[in-house]
Design a protein around this ligand. Sequence first.
Ligand SMILES: [Zn+2]
Length: 68
Amino acid sequence: MTDQSDDPEVPIICEECGTETTVALSELETQLERHNDNRHDGEKHATVDPTLKSQLQDLVAEDLGLFE
Ligand SMILES: [Zn+2]
């Protein structure tokens, strides 16, 4: 049994490393920070898949009423 109903997975990509991976939304910030800290001295190379990012921002904005 899996229990990730409220924790969708999000693709993150790092063009600098040429890697693409998928993390749980709740781990997103942590994973991005960890990758960039470990691999790139804190520079923000790894990021959410840009096409998904805009969708995500729309969803989050609607959900939380951000960006008003
Ligand atoms: Zn990287």
